[in-house]
Design a protein around this ligand. Structure first.
Ligand SMILES: Nc1ncnc2c1ncn2[C@@H]1O[C@H](COP(=O)(O)OP(=O)(O)OP(=O)(O)O)[C@@H](O)[C@H]1O
Ligand SMILES: [Mg+2]
Length: 322
């Protein structure tokens, strides 16, 4: 049984102009110890998926369809009490922009030890502080900085502390939403190394969210490309990076100098056209797609399997094209 299996998940938000579907018919599987990266531009629904996994969506959100099977149990069917037992202890999350959420008037190690004591009330304070110190060591915070206040930390150290806090209950699944986005590239690189190393040591599965395909390429075993609420391509890291099939994936790769297949011929990424009215048959990427045909507006859409793990949501692609 897969650790996490999401089937046909659709999520809407009630807004001023009625309901918008932020996540549409998304399905994926994540095995224990593996990392699945969600990549796509701002507003494509990455955080919404992450928050849905922990059932932390805001009040104006609703699950329109789908199942979230975690260790075989549908999280959407659990009572709030049962869900509380899973949250943080089994599934933890590093929230987008969380590093600014540390309490400014409490020492960093105390905050993290307290998070642990909340979930394991039987533990004594000394044991919680010891565990915190071990985790800080794992995420690269020197011992002599444990007793500092958040304002004494650099951005990279705050982010490391937030990662330590997410790991404190030893979850089996970590959702990391843009964990390195606010950091400079050198610090980002160091933290990505640490993420890979603790993931191996602790055998944690990860849903890793980023708008940056090079970051996803650095840490993930599998990659899911999102566009306007739809998953448009998914496959192993190698399949998606070496044989990208969807025009949007090709655009994302071409916009990245290190991953671009041909840096001499950059492909221009056209302007986003998000949440526009379209018929259910029309491809969500139709307006930006350089390869669209009339069929892309009228014929109903389906996944095209390219291998047992690689699939694309584009009817213009077939197995022989790769
Ligand atoms: N609370 C909300 N109320 C209404 N609409 C929302 C709400 N939260 C998100 N949305 C909309 O849902 C869509 C998906 O948002 P989401 O935050 O999941 O995107 P994202 O891929 O995480 O973007 P980013 O890369 O900027 O973090 C967007 O169109 C967004 O405007
Ligand atoms: Mg987000």
């Amino acid at each position: 049984m897969a650790l996490l299996q999401v089937d046909n998940l659709s999520i809407g938000y009630d807004g001023r102009n009625g309901l918008i579907t932020a996540v549409d018919s998304v399905s994926f599987v994540l095995e224990r110890g593996k990392t699945l990266g969600f990549v796509g531009e701002s507003g494509c629904g990455k955080t919404t998926i992450g928050m849905a996994l922990l059932r932390l969506l805001p009040e104006n959100a609703s699950i329109l369809s789908g199942k979230i099977l975690f260790e075989g149990e549908d999280l959407l069917e659990l009572s709030p009490t049962a869900m509380r037992k899973i949250r943080w202890k089994k599934i933890a999350m590093i929230f987008q922009a969380a590093m600014n959420a540390l309490n400014p008037v409490q020492r960093v190690d105390t905050q993290i030890a307290e998070a642990l004591l909340t979930h394991e009330p039987g533990l004594d304070k000394q044991a919680a502080l010891k565990k915190t110190a071990e985790l800080f060591d794992m995420v690269g915070i020197p011992e002599n900085r444990l007793r500092d206040y958040p304002h004494q930390y650099s951005g990279g150290m705050k982010q490391r502390a937030i990662i330590a806090m997410a790991l404190i209950c030893q979850p089996v699944l970590l959702i990391a939403d843009e964990p390195t986005t606010a950091l400079d590239v050198i610090v980002q690189d160091q933290i990505l190394k640490e993420i890979r190393s603790f993931q191996e040591k602790m055998d944690i599965a990860m849903v890793f969210i980023s708008h940056d395909i090079s970051v996803v390429a650095d840490v993930c075993h599998d990659i899911a490309v999102m566009y306007d609420g739809w998953m448009v391509e998914s496959g192993s890291r190698k399949e998606v990076l070496s044989s990208p099939a969807h025009p949007y994936t090709k655009m994302l790769l071409a916009s990245n100098l290190t991953l671009s297949v041909d840096p001499e011929k950059p492909i221009q990424i056209s302007e986003p056209v998000i949440h526009i009215e379209r018929s259910p048959e029309q491809c969500p990427f139709y307006h930006r797609c350089p390869d669209h045909t009339d069929h892309c507006r009228t014929d109903s859409f389906q996944w095209v399997p390219l291998s047992s793990s690689h699939r694309v949501f584009c009817k213009n692609v077939s197995k022989g094209d790769l």
